[in-house]
Design a protein around this ligand. Structure first.
Ligand SMILES: NC(=O)C1=CN([C@@H]2O[C@H](COP(=O)(O)OP(=O)(O)OC[C@H]3O[C@@H](n4cnc5c(N)ncnc54)[C@H](OP(=O)(O)O)[C@@H]3O)[C@@H](O)[C@H]2O)C=CC1
Ligand SMILES: O=C1O[C@H](COP(=O)(O)O)[C@@H](O)[C@H](O)[C@H]1O
Length: 461
């Protein structure tokens, strides 16, 4: 169940980041969303069994009234109503700005948030509510099918966004956040969601502080955790152990947003629902598989997170490995999340231990092109000058099973490369018929309509 929600949530949250109108959020995918927030029907129940009733949004007493008065007064009339408070922790950062706030706006625009909800940004940076709104308003787009009243809707959404500055390990700061949340919740039964858009080394601090001082007293409390989940197996296990001191497993939603890319979601359907592909999907016809992540911009101020992890932990170990597993797995018993996960695990367990000789790493340097200068990785002020963190890596991986024996899975990932960012692709090339370069080319970042190119002539020669 949790996996289903996490996949759906990631698709929902991140499909909102594109500015292309054809990327409209599909209602099909929304039907399995992490936040069961459909305003009109509210048939789904939250994890603690409370229904998410429709609520009305009224301001109640004036801002100047004491908090207790406001809450006390309102709770008489609203104690049966439910509200949701979404706190984006790390609100000043790249992910929050580019993807999370736009995704929340898209939900709001499409009426998928309950009538009463509040969004809080939380980070150490000192910002006012207005500064947060200015920051995020630049990334909100009306890329949804109909863009009527978009400006009004943006304004309404921004008015529901607030900011609280605090340290990630300060219980006092989270207690202050709790007071502000209560004020906005106005006596309604609150459900609270914390989206951890921060480097993993502060996950546990935040979860400790939030669960002790800012969890919902009567509704559910859930936490979305971003990858990477630790630096290695030991730290990943330790992270899970620590999180579980404060949360039960069904409160934790782990996200890999590449699973939400439309084509990644459709990879299983492509394979298992099209009889033409499945017989060709093996060492017999596929010479190699390439998974390429290529961005034409660098860290741009994200060194605080990136430098401790590097490109392998940022992209390869999670996004690309997830795609590899989906690409290579055997037919699952069903397309249910658990069944797919079981098949993916089998692929990962069949993988040969990576040899150093099969890996290349690098770091981008500054250069000048056409009179314009491009900074190197260590020119980024958030990166230590002597950093050796890789920003590029390429590796040849092998799966030692009957289907894939001897077929290299080539992974490449890099920041600040020459190629444009929409050139991530999965390539498969027929062993027998690879006259030109590609037999099957799957674009991950492109909209569905132009993202799958299949040269049937070559496949069937
Ligand atoms: N950027 C993206 O596109 C994606 C990112 N992610 C994941 O999201 C998480 C955040 O990524 P992103 O937003 O890019 O990262 P950022 O570097 O932008 O960091 C987010 C915020 O965390 C705080 N921060 C940064 N470095 C540190 C540090 N060393 N210690 C404590 N706080 C710090 C900063 O806020 P302040 O100083 O104000 O407290 C910053 O604004 C990561 O786990 C990443 O893997 C996942 C998918 C996509
Ligand atoms: O997880 C991450 O992904 C982004 C790229 O995501 P995309 O959806 O825009 O392709 C990457 O820039 C970032 O470094 C990484 O943390």
């Amino acid at each position: 169940m949790a996996t289903c929600c996490f996949r759906a949530c990631s698709s929902l949250a991140f499909s909102a980041s594109s500015s292309k109108p054809e990327d409209s959020i599909s209602r099909r995918r929304m039907s399995c969303v992490l936040l069961p927030l459909q305003r009109r029907s509210f048939l789904m129940k939250s994890s603690n069994g409370h229904p998410l009733n429709a609520v009305s949004f009224q301001d109640g007493l004036s801002e100047n009234s004491p908090i207790e008065d406001r809450i006390g007064h309102l709770s008489e009339s609203k104690h049966n109503e439910t509200t949701i408070s979404i706190t984006v922790v790390g609100a000043s950062g790249d992910l929050a700005r580019k993807k999370i706030f736009p995704a929340l706006f898209a939900l709001f625009y499409e009426d998928w948030l309950p009538e009463h909800f509040t969004v809080f940004g939380y980070a150490r940076s000192k910002l006012t509510d207005e500064e947060l709104r200015n920051m995020i308003s630049g990334t909100l787009t009306c890329r949804i099918d109909k863009s009527e009243n978009c400006g009004d809707k943006m304004e309404q959404f921004l008015q529901r966004c607030f900011y609280h500055s605090g340290q990630y390990n300060s219980e006092d700061d989270f207690a202050e956040l709790d007071k502000k949340l209560k004020l906005k919740e106005e006596g309604r039964k609150p459900n609270r969601l914390f989206y951890l858009s921060i480097p993993p080394n502060v996950f546990v601090d935040v979860v400790r502080c939030a669960s002790r001082h800012a969890s919902s007293p009567t509704g559910w409390t859930r936490v979305i955790v971003e990858k990477p989940f630790g630096r290695d197996s030991d730290s990943s296990a330790e992270l899970t152990r620590c999180l579980k001191q404060y949360l039960s497993e069904d409160q934790i939603f782990r996200i890999d947003h590449y699973l939400g890319k439309e084509l990644v979601e459709n990879l299983s359907v492509l394979r298992f629902s099209n009889l033409v592909f499945e017989p060709l999907w093996s060492r017999q016809y596929i010479r190699n598989v390439q998974l390429i992540f290529s961005e034409d911009f660098g860290t741009e101020g994200r060194g605080g997170y990136f430098d401790s992890y590097g490109i392998i932990r940022d992209i390869m170990q999670n996004h690309l490995l997830q795609i590899l597993a989906l690409f290579a797995m055997e037919t699952p018993v069903s397309l249910d999340a658990e069944d797919i996960r079981n098949e993916k695990v089998k692929v990962l367990r069949s993988m040969r231990k990576l040899q150093l000789d099969d890996v290349v790493i690098g770091q981008y340097k500054g250069h000048t092109k056409g009179g314009k200068s491009f900074p190197g990785y260590t020119d980024d002020p958030t990166v230590p000058k002597n950093s050796l963190t890789p920003t590029f890596a390429a590796a040849a991986l092998f799966i030692d099973n009957v289907r894939w024996d001897g077929v290299p899975f080539l992974m490449k990932a890099g920041k600040a490369l020459h190629t444009r960012r929409d050139q991530s692709s999965v390539q498969a090339c027929s062993r027998v018929t690879c006259i030109s370069e590609h037999s099957v080319l799957i674009w991950i970042k492109q909209p569905m309509s132009s993202s799958f190119v299949c040269n049937l002539m070559k496949l069937f020669i």
